[in-house]
Design a protein around this ligand. Sequence first.
Ligand SMILES: NC(=O)c1ccc[n+]([C@@H]2O[C@H](COP(=O)([O-])OP(=O)(O)OC[C@H]3O[C@@H](n4cnc5c(N)ncnc54)[C@H](O)[C@@H]3O)[C@@H](O)[C@H]2O)c1
Ligand SMILES: O=C(O)C(=O)C[C@@H](O)[C@H](O)[C@H](O)COP(=O)(O)O
Ligand SMILES: [Zn+2]
Length: 365
Amino acid sequence: MSQIDTIHVGPPDAGYDVLVGQQDVAAGIDSLLPPSVHRVLIVHAAAVQPLAQRIADVLAQRDVQTYLEVLPDGEAAKTVEVAAHLWSVLGQAGFTRTDAVVGVGGGAVTDLAGFVAGTWLRGVPVVQVPTTLLAMVDAAVGGKTGINTGEGKNLVGSFHEPAGVLVDLSSLRTLPRADLIAGMAEVVKGGFIGEPRILELLRDDPQAALEPDSPVLRELVVRKIALKARVVTADLKEASLREILNYGHTFGHAVEQVNGYRRRHGEAVALGMIYVAELARRAGLLDDAGVADHRAVLTAIGLPTTYTPPPGQGWDEHLAAMRRDKKTRGALLRFVVVDSAGEPGRLEGPSEEDLRAAYDAVVTP
Ligand SMILES: NC(=O)c1ccc[n+]([C@@H]2O[C@H](COP(=O)([O-])OP(=O)(O)OC[C@H]3O[C@@H](n4cnc5c(N)ncnc54)[C@H](O)[C@@H]3O)[C@@H](O)[C@H]2O)c1
Ligand SMILES: O=C(O)C(=O)C[C@@H](O)[C@H](O)[C@H](O)COP(=O)(O)O
Ligand SMILES: [Zn+2]
């Protein structure tokens, strides 16, 4: 067993820990769950079925009744129908407030597991076991849970903090490279909004950053989680500061929705960061070098910086989707921006002309 890094989220006398390292997560869950837990629902991605089964086996040894539910892949898990199916499983098994949910998989699984745990009996404990890079550094940490509706991304959800998060870095060995690269978008985001050392590490050795067992990747994971922990500890419910974690997501979520969720979240966020950097340049907040730096870092990692919308979809559809972003206030579109000094801020109500010009700068002719 390798060394474990512990990152605490929340006030010192409350909150929860994120444990990062190569670790036996089944044993970790066993020690996290209080003795009062009698039933555990394990919801998982098909790709990590053996891990979910191992967790169930360990819990069964201490007489916990376990229920395993494999979820549809990716965003198809984040629907009200899947949530309703799981509520029905919980109801039929008689889950009480001393029972628990465990999410094992990527961000789609941890978002759904958190949502079901947060809504069942108005909240039962959830332990998150993220198995993609994106879920490790972002989705499993911070308590944002949610599902999509026909109208947009994450439009229904709640804040429900986990009882603990167990990151086993060896899970990344089986992750397809395209998903590893996509997850890196949320790491890059952390670099731009408040942790410049992340950008240094990525610039110095982008290839090592994508090696699952490398010390560079481990440091990136720990640094990004620590940044997110600091932010959500200060502002769990996104009254203000937490909005910075949404950098690149206004346009990113629009790209996901307009493409019917066939683009990875991380790829869409990469495009969203280019879009908002171009918007910030037009507003006089970010200089040319800052925009070029966004393109350089994302390109070095293999993330997209240009975009071809699907046939029949154009600016109007992307703008309509951006209007449903949670940062919007009435008719006022609001964006998280980063200025030339590297400071995050907000850009409120940019002109239609600038909004459109930034789109044209991302879209391939
Ligand atoms: N709640 C939050 O704060 C937050 C933050 C960021 C992203 N998200 C959400 O996370 C989701 C994206 O998460 P994602 O990028 O992890 O995608 P994902 O959950 O769709 O997983 C990507 C793919 O990897 C597979 N997979 C998972 N673990 C694997 C492993 N160890 N080996 C092999 N395959 C594996 C999955 O089955 C899936 O096919 C989006 O819905 C996004 O909105 C939420
Ligand atoms: O934790 C946050 O806060 C984030 O915004 C993290 C994002 O990476 C994540 O994709 C989140 O789910 C987006 O939230 P939303 O509020 O825009 O739905
Ligand atoms: Zn995200």
